[in-house]
Structures are given as C-alpha cells and as structure tokens.
Design a protein around this ligand. Structure first.
Ligand code: BGC
Length: 377
C-alpha cells in the first residue's frame, strides 16, 4: 500500500514539473515580455508573417527603421521578412511580389518612388493583404490602406521657422542674406511636403528681397531636387553653386531638407574654405539626427536637425498591424491624399534638435550611445 502511494506521488510530481516547464516555454517563445497581451499575436493559431520592405541600406535612417520595426514586430510574436531594395523601385516591387507569393499577412512598405507601385499592389489587393505605407506615402493607387509617418509638412515648416528666427527675420532684420535651397528625391512624396512647409515660411522674405537666392533656383523638383537623397549629389550641386555664384560673397543660409544632403553640403563648404572667421559656416538645416550630423552640429558646421524617433514610428506600425489582424479600429490622427484616395494616416511627433538639446534628446532617451556620436564627450 505504502509502495503504491509512493508511486502515485512521484507520478503526480513529474506531471506538475512537466506542466510548469511547458508553461515557461510558451512564455519565452513570445519574446522578452511574458505578459500574454504583449507577446501573443492577435490572430488565431498561425503566427502571422509581416513583409517589411525598406528603400536602401546606404542611408543611416533606413537601417534604424528596418531594425526597429523588425525588433518590435518580433517582440510581439510576429514573423518578419525584411528586405532592402538598393533604392530601386523595380527591385522593391519584386520583393513585395515574393512576399505576396509567400502569403504574408500584412505588407509594410517604405517606398522609393511612391507613384510606381500600382501594379504590384493590385496583386496585394487580389490576395486581400493589407498595405501600410511606412514613412513615405504610396501614391496613384487605391491600394494603400493605411499610412504611418511623421508630420512631414511640419518638418519643412520647422526648418523655415528656424532660419527665420536664427537671422531675426521675424523681428524685422532686413539683411539681405544670401541663400540656396535643396530638395529631396522627386519620387518621394515627403520631399514635396518638406519643401512646401519651408517655402511657406521663407517665400515672403525672398519676395521682399530680405533673402537673395543668387542662383535663382528655388523650384522643386525641377531646379533643386537631389536624386535618391544622395550626399554626393548634394555635394556636387553645392560645389557648382559656390563656384558659379559665391566666388566674391559668402553664402549665409542653406536650406537642406535632410541630413544626408547636409553631409554633402558641409563637405563642399569645407573644401571651399568655410569654417573660418571671415568665412563662417552658413545657417544650415537638416532632419533625422544622423550620427554624422550630430557630430556636425557639435562642431558648429550644421545649425539644427529634426529628431524623428523611429522607435515611435515602429510602435505605431505595430499598433496598426495588431488592429488590422484582430479586426479592431486602426489608430489614425490624419489623412493624406494620394491622388486617388484619402489614406487614413498617423502622424508621429517631430522634435527640434540643436547643439543645446541633442544629448538629452538622443543619448538620455537611449536612442544612441554617446560613443556613437563623433566628437561627443
Ligand atoms: C524621410 C526622411 C529621410 C529621407 C531620405 C524621407 O522620406 O522622411 O526622414 O531623410 O527620406 O532617406
């Protein structure tokens, strides 16, 4: 009898241990956070796969974005197929086609030429796969279901207002100040909005002669766009402008819509001898807070940038994905017209960055390590 009880007891003990181990195992699979709400993907038994396509590895921004989106989706228990397209829309289109064939549950797309995805998105439509445009609007199609981005017009406006206040234009300062304008890639809808936001602030000063654009080149995209947002393209254009129009006079302002262009512009300014008492660096704008550009800000070569926290954008995409897959209402706070439909959208917040607050914004928030930033100490 005693032997029989002993046997029963050890069987029960083994069962309890097996149960406990199984429970632990299923918590771990979902990621670091063991709470079921954050580790379980919202739909059914099958783990949903999310197809993520990013434009290029050649600019710092998209490496951060890709890594953040992948990590955040995986932490939620999703599978992720992440692809980079070397800034070529046809390559990205075949990546998306593969993801559709693979049977992904949601497509997250940071496009290259936002107007050139129509065909492949018709396949997504036929396969009933929701499409989230990531950061850049997908235009000229009715198959762009949602859009997660930052306040793009606000980025340009912040740059224009920075120039306005840095030179006291809003306080009646008459200059005149010399300026040249740069624009982003013509296929990127954001580039148009950045330009509009800045010019809505600055055009009146050009019209009144307080700002003088010696080249006369202000039209986006025809006169000022830089293909693929390449630093080298910006450097070459700046070299040409300095040689042609600024041989006898310094340039006071350069409107650059982002940091990759500002890198090329600074390289050009330095080789033309800017950075000395009689040739001080012009007021120069940017956006993204790329590590190299934070270094430029610290050294006084660039005046400001705009911090777009890609962790926040990634979280927004995850919130959209969760809602789509569980049939809940997708969170939106804006609407963008893509030429065919009005796309329900979410604008994340942008933050002004300069020499006074970069550390708090970027290092104290855990976005970068201090050692990531050139010349920081
Ligand atoms: C993004 C910017 C970025 C640029 C070049 C734009 O679509 O919104 O943050 O600087 O692409 O990568």
């Amino acid at each position: 009898m005693k032997e029989h009880l002993k046997k029963l007891f050890s069987i029960a003990l083994v069962l309890v241990m097996v149960f406990a181990l199984t429970a632990c195992g299923s918590q771990d699979e979902g990621g670091n956070d063991p709470s079921p709400s954050s580790s379980t993907p919202p739909s059914g038994d099958k783990v949903p796969t999310i197809g993520v396509t990013m434009p290029t590895k050649s600019l710092q921004r998209w490496n951060e974005d890709g890594a953040n989106v992948k990590a955040a989706l995986e932490a939620k228990g999703y599978k992720v197929d992440l692809q980079y397209a070397d800034n070529k829309q046809d390559i990205q289109n075949s990546q998306i086609e593969n993801q559709i064939t693979m049977g992904v549950d949601v497509l997250v797309i940071a496009s290259i030429d936002g107007g050139a995805l129509g065909g492949v998105l018709q396949q997504a439509k036929a396969a009933n796969i929701p499409v989230i445009a990531y950061d850049r609007l997908i235009t000229n199609t009715d198959k762009c279901d949602f859009y997660a981005t930052f306040d793009n017009y606000g980025v340009g406006k912040m740059q224009g207002e920075f120039i306005e206040s840095a030179l006291n234009l809003d306080k009646g300062e008459k200059g005149p100040f010399t300026m040249e304008c740069f624009g982003g890639d013509p296929g990127d809808n954001n580039a148009k909005l950045f330009n509009q936001g800045a010019m809505d602030v600055l055009q009146k000063y050009i019209d009144s002669g307080v700002i003088v654009v010696k080249s006369g080149q202000t039209k986006f995209p025809d006169q000022i766009a830089i293909t693929n947002w390449e630093s080298k393209g910006a450097q070459d254009r700046m070299d040409n402008l300095l040689t042609a129009y600024y041989a006898d006079e310094n340039i006071d302002i350069v409107l650059s819509p982002n940091d990759s262009l500002a890198q090329g512009i600074v390289a050009s300014l330095k080789s033309a001898g800017y950075g000395s008492a009689d040739k001080p660096f012009p007021v120069l704008t940017g956006q993204d807070c790329d590590k190299i550009n934070v270094g430029q800000i610290i050294r006084g070569e660039q005046s400001m940038s705009i911090f777009k926290d890609t962790r926040v954008l990634a979280d927004q995409v995850i919130a959209m994905t969760d809602a789509l897959l569980s049939g809940e209402t997708v969170p939106v706070n804006a609407e963008y017209d893509n030429g065919v439909i009005k796309v329900p959208s979410f604008n994340c917040q942008i933050k002004f960055a300069n020499k006074d607050n970069w550390k708090e914004l970027l290092v104290d928030s855990g976005y970068y390590e201090l050692s990531d930033i050139p010349d920081a100490n």
